[in-house]
Design a protein. Structure first.
Length: 240
């Protein structure tokens, strides 16, 4: 274990574990991990277990690049690391679950700013709704309605515009998406401005509202518009 004097940070993983039961936005999406060479089949002295992964890139905790909604924008491999390690603010949006339409409005942002000050420019905003508690219950997590649509916490257009006005670098949410069909307003407006989106985050346990750093580490796939990502938060030990 690294000495706290050498590395004075606590690392918090806010990545969801992907399992065969996990679902993406598309109803047919799934994750299949297949063994293509098992230990007993390996002819070398050192035995290996080799696997193949098949799943959509937008499953589990993942990053949406600007090109996900805009063909001339950056793909995953073109995003510099400097844009993936950012100051973090965590906005408590858990009360949204008591609202009929599960909408995160400007009120949540204003309440946060009344306590913590204006959301800093160039920061990453995690809108924590508590919906991540349903991650291992795919039907509840998607919450499919009688008309075929999904119902989970999303942002109002006004909240999206307020975040854009704060000149942030990215948003994250612990739901399938910050918006829904058919407009996908958050994707259209945020990605057109190179504001990154991370979906399906895990619960931010022991993370302060301000003062931490977030690191988003997607697979560097050429031409990809989405990618699964390991997302970690660094909290200074004297902040916890």
């Amino acid at each position: 274990m690294i000495s706290s004097q050498l590395f004075p940070w606590t690392i918090v993983d806010i990545t969801q574990t992907i399992t065969p039961q996990s679902k993406g936005y598309e109803e047919t999406s799934s994750c299949t991990l297949t063994t293509i060479l098992d230990y007993h089949e390996c002819l070398s002295k050192t035995k290996f277990h080799v696997q193949e992964l098949k799943m959509p890139l937008g499953m589990g905790t993942h990053l949406d690049a600007p090109a996900h909604a805009h063909p001339l924008k950056k793909t995953i491999d073109a995003i510099p690391l400097a844009e993936l390690i950012l100051p973090l603010v965590v906005v408590d949006c858990t009360k949204v679950q008591t609202r009929e339409y599960l909408k995160i409005d400007v009120h949540e942002l204003e309440l946060f700013e009344s306590i913590n000050g204006v959301i800093p420019e160039q920061s990453f905003v995690y809108l924590y709704t508590g919906w991540s508690s349903f991650w291992n219950q795919p039907d509840q997590y998607r919450n499919k309605q009688s008309d075929g649509s999904f119902c989970y916490p999303t942002l109002t257009n006004n909240a999206i515009e307020r975040l854009i006005a704060r000149q942030i670098k990215g948003i994250g949410i612990d739901t399938l998406s910050p918006d829904t069909a058919p407009d996908f307003y958050a994707h259209a407006q945020l990605l057109s401005r190179n504001i990154l989106i991370v979906e399906n985050l895990a619960k931010p346990e022991n993370i302060p509202a301000t003062g931490a750093l977030i690191g988003i580490f997607p697979i560097k796939l050429e031409g990809a518009t989405e990618s699964p990502a390991r997302v970690v938060v660094l909290v200074r030990n004297n902040v916890l």
